[in-house]
Write a new protein. Sequence first.
Length: 511
Amino acid sequence: MNRRTFLTALVASFLLVAALPTSSAYIGHQLSRADVADFSLTDQNNSEFNFSQNAEKVNVVSFIFTSCPDVCPVITQSLKQVQMGLSEEDSNDVQFVSITVDPRHDTPERLHEYTQLHGVEWPHLTGEQSLLEDAYATFGILVDEIVIEAHISNTEPTVTYVDTNNSTTELMFSPTGWTLHQSIVDSANWTVNASDSEYGHFITSIEGFEAPSDSSWWWSLLLFNTSSMTWEESPVGIDSVNALDHPHLAWAASIANHSGLEHPSGDDASMQIVFPDSTMANHTMSEFNAWHLSMGAFAGADINTSMPSSQYGHYMDSIDDVTGPSDSSWWWNLFVWNQSSDSWDTSDVGMDGLVDPPHIAWAPSSVNQTDIPTPDAFRPSSSQSNPMICNGKGWEMGSGAGKHCMCDEGYEWAEDDRLSCVSTGENEQEFSVGHSSITYILKGMKPIVAWTGDDWKADDFLEDIERVLGTYSSASDVDSLPGMTLLIALSGISMAAIVVRVGVDSEEDEA
C-alpha cells in the first residue's frame, strides 16, 4: 500500500562548526572535530548495530530517507560506485553506514527494500526517535520538523477534485483507520457490521460473531507499535486512528486470548481478527488502487463521498453530497495524470482497475480535461516568470507550512525565512546546501572529511578515503569510476533537508 502524503516532516540541518584550513590534503572539506560518541541502532535486517564495532576502520556515514526522490538515490548510487572502486585490501578496512532522518517511516523492512532496490548491503540504520537524536547530536545534526514533508508529498499520490462550480482542490492521501478498515474488509471479502454515532464507528459483528448487548464482551481495536514491536489497545476509536501511522490493525473479542496475534511483516497494510473462541483470521493488502486513494483523500479532507460496489467494481456516485442527475447529463468522471504527455487522460478503467495510481482527478463529465490544473508536484513556480518568488533566485516547493524555496546555487534561505533566497555572501566562505546532503569520512570515531551535496565525483571521494587509509599514491594510479558524472548531473532537484555551513575566518581568507 502506498505511503501517505500526510507526514510529519523531517528536515536535517547539518551545522559543521569546524573551520576549513587554508591548505588541505583532501579534496573534500577537512574537519577538526572530536570523536563522535558511540550509538546503537537497528539495521535493515532487524539486527542491532553498534557504531563503535568498526572503531578500527575508516567509516563512511551518509544520511538519507527512503522517500527522498532525488538526492538520496544519487548519494546511495555514488557510494556504491565508491565501494566498487576500493581495492580488495582496502575494502576490508572501510565500513559504509547510512542513517535515516525519517525514523518514523523508515522501518527496517522499508530500509531492506531500499537496499535491495539499489543493490547495496551496507548497514542502513533506524531506531527509536530518542536513539536517533543521540546519533544526530554526535554528528552535529539538528532535526527541524518542517520541510521534508513537502518533498515526500510531491512523490505521493493525490486526488484533484473539481466541483460543480469549477472550484479545484488537490487532496493528499490521508486515510483514517476507518477507511483502512473498509479497504481491508472489502479486499478480504469479510462480513463486518458497524454502528455509526456521534462518537464514530463501533464494530458490532465480524463474520457472524456479534457482540452481545449486555457488553459481556466487545470487539476491541488493537494497533501494532513498531517501536516496541507489540500489539496495544488503541487509546482512540477507529475513526481517530491515522492509518499512515498505523497501517496494521487488529480486531479482537475482549474475552479472547490475544497472544496469538502475529507481528506484521512488510509495509503492506494488514488486519488480523481474533474471534471469541480465539481462532484467527488475517488479511494483507497487496494492491493499492484508485478506490483506496479516493477514499483516503476525501475522508482525510472530511468530504463525504458515496462509492457503491457493483458487478463492475466501485463507482463514484456522489462527492460532497452532490450526485449526477438521473438523466445522465453529467456524471463524475475519473482522470489520471499522464506524466509522459503532461496532461490529464480519461481513465479507461474503473477505480478498482487503476492500480498504484500516481495522481488522479474527479470532475463532472462536462469539464474539459485540459481545464483541470496540473498536479502541484509537476508545476514548480519558476522565478523566471515571477521575480518576486524566492527573490528571483529559486522556485517554490510544497504548500502550506511546508512551502519553501529551492534556492539557486550560491543562495540560501534568509534567516528564519524559508521563502526568501539570499546570497551566501562574499566575505565568508559558506557552504549552504539547503536542499542537499552531507557524507562524512571518519577514521575510526573521528570525523576527518565532509562532502556536501550530491554533485561530487565518485573517484574524488575514493581518493579521500584512500588518503585517510594511507594507501593513496597518486591520481594517475586510481582508475576513474565511470558513469557518475552523468548520473549526478541528471539528479536535478535536491531533497530539502540538510543545511551545511562551514565557516572560514576572515583571517584565514586573508592568509
